[in-house]
Design a protein around this ligand. Sequence first.
Ligand SMILES: [Zn+2]
Ligand SMILES: [Zn+2]
Length: 274
Amino acid sequence: MSAVAPTAAIPSASAPTYAVVLHSHTWRCNHAQGDASDMVAAAVAGGCPRIGISDHTPLPDGSWPEVRMDLDQLDDYVAAVRQAEAAFPQARVLLGMECDWHPEYEGFYRDELRGRIGCDYLIAAVHAVPVAQGRLSPFYDRLGTEGLRAYADLLIRGMESGLVAFVAHPDVFACGMTAFDADCAAVARDLALASIATGVPLELNANGLRRNAPADGRPGPYPWRPFWEIVATHGAKVVLSSDAHRPSEVLHGFAELDALRQELGLVAVDPTAA
Ligand SMILES: [Zn+2]
Ligand SMILES: [Zn+2]
C-alpha cells in the first residue's frame, strides 16, 4: 500500500543544501504569487535542478477556500506544472500537493491526487486542529494539552497512511506558544518516533524564519530549536524546505536551516529520490 519511495541521504558536505526544493506554492492558493514555471525558473537560476510544486490541496467539501485552490482548478494546476516541466528540460519537475491531514479526506488524497492526477508526492500538514470547542489554528492560537495531542495524532495518522513523502513544518504550533512545555516535548517525541517507524521524514521549514519573531529572542517562530533537539536525540530524518509562496523565496533559508541541522546532527534526505 505504501506509495512512498525509500529515502536517499543528501551528502551535504559535498552537495548544495538546496539540491532539492519540494515545498512551493502557486497563485491558486490565494496567498502566493507566481505560477509553477516562475518557481522552476527561480530554482534553475539559483542552481537547483530538482524542484517540486506543492500547492495547498483543494478539498472535496470546499473547506477553508480562502487559502487553497477550488476543486475545479485542479486540472489547470496539473497543466501548469506539466508546462513548467516542458519549458525547463534541464530541470526535474515534480508534481506535489500539500495536504491538510484529516481522516475524511484520505480517500480523496489517495484516489484523486495520487491516483487520477498522478501526484509524484504528497506532503502532510495540519493547519486546523479539532478540539472540543471547535477548531484551533496552530499559526494563531495557543494549543493546549488537548490541541497539541490532536495535532500530533493527525500528523501521525498521515505518516501511517503510506501516502505522504514528508510532514510539513511539524513545529508550526510554535507560533502560538511562548514556552516549550512538557506537552510540546511529547509532540516532538511522538512525531520523531512515528517518523522513524514509518520512514516519513520531518520538515525543517524556512517559512517560519520569514514570520514575525516572537518576543523571546527566537529568529522566527519556527524552526523551534527545542523541538528539533528532541527529534535529533531520536535520530529521525529531515527534509529542508523554503516553503516558497513567491518565486524570490524558492531558495530562501536553506543556509539557516542547514546550519541548525548540522549543529544538531540531523540527517537530511530527499524522500522523492528513487
Ligand atoms: Zn501557504
Ligand atoms: Zn503549511
